[in-house]
Ligand binder design. Sequence first.
Ligand SMILES: Nc1ncnc2c1ncn2[C@@H]1O[C@H](COP(=O)(O)OP(=O)(O)OP(=O)(O)O)[C@@H](O)[C@H]1O
Ligand SMILES: [Mg+2]
Length: 309
Amino acid sequence: MPTAAIIARSLTKQYAALTALNSFDLEVAQGSIFGLLGPNGAGKTTLIRILTTLMRQSSGEVFIQGLDTRTAGRQIRSMIGVVSQENSLDRYLTARENLVLHARLHGMDKQLYSRRIDELLELMGLAGRQKDFPDTFSGGMQRRLVVARALVHQPQVLFLDEPTTGLDPQSRRAVWDYVRSLAGSMTIFLTTHYLEEAEQLCDRIAIMDHGRLIALGSTQELKDRLSGTTVYEIEFERNVASYAALLKAMACVRTIDAKDNLLHVTLECWECLSEIVTALNGAPVRRISLKERTLEDVFISLTGAGVRE
Ligand SMILES: Nc1ncnc2c1ncn2[C@@H]1O[C@H](COP(=O)(O)OP(=O)(O)OP(=O)(O)O)[C@@H](O)[C@H]1O
Ligand SMILES: [Mg+2]
């Protein structure tokens, strides 16, 4: 079996008194797309900075393609691509020159990089602006240029720290399509605050908070972790309270929540629905619908609803 593309073991990072990463363990399979979610300040960027050798851990170990970040930094940097959270373009170079500089820093041949840069500029919708300076670009265009730059040297592992923040829906979709097309040929590790993005793109998702890993799995596995996954929404014309009391007394009803004309009913299993329908025979019901659980429900249930400082 090939080694995992990314392995982190008991990774800890202290910033003075603050523990930004706390015994973090992680394995990302070759060719997969892995998504890391977490509230502001959870430690996502800290983790990426350590994985990409930009910062040293306080303890624990990291292997990228089997190489130790503490001893093989140079070699690792030659085979990874990094899109950092902040756009870090050279403002005194044109868009194209930014890409050329990156290619040359990676020791690429002019013949090879010229074609590759043409392709990437085209793909990111920047070909027409390649002679302009990044300062004259919109935020979204700068972001696309940074993504293009990370791909110039055809990395084996690509790290994307919030790649689509600030992008309009069209550009976001263009980045998604491209990331998807890379799947299999490259391992991709991304962080995002867009749960839909993680759901659309990632084979596996980790949720972290306060420097710790708190959940890991496919979107479906994470959704299944929510207790009582089958929730029905029942809308009444009137008398919600009396029907809430009636349903609450039934054995197959786990929890019940009333708001205005709506009842949210969590059932033991979906087959219980027929019992509910029977019990509501003749009731002024307007609508019964299945309330699908979203990744956002999982995220909020694991990390809480409060805003982070
Ligand atoms: N260079 C630093 N010095 C001291 N503390 C830092 C430093 N960098 C980050 N921190 C702290 O470490 C914690 C984790 O920060 P980090 O940037 O990794 O979070 P994040 O998950 O990327 O958040 P966001 O979603 O806002 O980007 C935060 O409490 C932050 O204030
Ligand atoms: Mg961050």
